[in-house]
Design a protein around this ligand. Structure first.
Ligand SMILES: *[C@@H]1O[C@H](CO)[C@@H](O)[C@H](O)[C@H]1NC(C)=O
Ligand SMILES: *[C@@H]1O[C@H](CO)[C@@H](O)[C@H](O)[C@H]1NC(C)=O
Ligand SMILES: *[C@@H]1O[C@H](CO)[C@@H](O)[C@H](O)[C@H]1NC(C)=O
Length: 203
């Protein structure tokens, strides 16, 4: 084994074994690899802000932003598709019944990253992603994937009251917007987004 390989192995072990680093052991990809950064943010964040078009008085027809737990896959296994666990008793889900079009945003300000780096949440260096699309219920094998993705990262969901009509849904992305550096917001094609890996290649 070469010395450099040994070093990488030691580093990996250290990262895996350190509880504090366990949830952050994948480092952010280089900022110019925007598709990878977008996938990284979506995978790291456990929740997102979901904006719907409100159907509720007195703000009918106006944007309405609300926090939701999300997961695009169990830790370390990212699909790029944010899954949600919803009930029609929820105010934003009632909006989605009338108009499923929505926007979902996530920022590394939700992780320790921006604070540790000293980046203000509004700094372009505190990377964030804004997804446009719609929220669609999922069923069959995709619902099974969503359940595993969500329940492993949001343990209390298992005990949420069964009478509330919970169902699995996905955010069906039509446009990816990413701000991860100076020079303004960028877009990433869906093809590039879904083919990118959020993880740094160590070996
Ligand atoms: C949702 O967005 C799509 C694409 O932008 C648009 O064609 C559709 O009319 C919108 N649906 C509603 C209910 O506004
Ligand atoms: C899943 O839902 C889609 C539409 O949302 C429907 O066409 C399909 O038949 C459903 N599949 C199952 C297994 O229920
Ligand atoms: C889901 O997103 C795809 C793009 O990825 C789009 O072509 C499709 O129309 C969307 N489906 C719905 C029901 O909005």
């Amino acid at each position: 084994m070469r010395a450099s390989t040994q070093l990488v192995c030691l580093l990996l072990l250290g990262l895996i074994c350190s509880p504090a680093a366990a949830s952050h052991w994948f480092r952010i990809p280089p900022h110019e690899e925007v598709a990878r950064v977008a996938r990284f943010i979506v995978h790291q964040c456990d929740w997102a802000s979901l904006a719907t078009i409100s159907t509720h008085k007195p703000v009918v027809g106006q944007p309405f932003s609300n926090a939701f737990s999300i997961s695009d896959g169990i830790q370390g296994l990212s699909s790029g598709v944010p899954y949600l666990y919803l009930t029609e008793m929820e105010i934003s889900v009632q909006d989605l019944k009338v108009n499923p079009n929505a926007s979902l945003s996530m920022t590394l300000a939700q992780t320790d990253y921006c604070r540790q780096q000293g980046f203000d949440p509004q700094s372009p260096l505190c990377a964030r992603v804004i997804l446009s699309g719609s929220v669609l219920p999922v069923n069959g094998s995709e619902a099974r994937f969503a359940k595993q993705a969500l329940f492993t990262r949001h343990l209390e969901m298992i005990d949420w009251p069964s009478g509330h009509g919970w169902f699995f849904a996905k955010f069906n992305i039509t446009q990816v917007w990413i701000l991860d550096y100076f020079g303004g917001i960028k877009t990433v094609s869906l093809d590039k987004y879904f083919h990118a890996s959020p993880y740094r290649k160590y070996l």
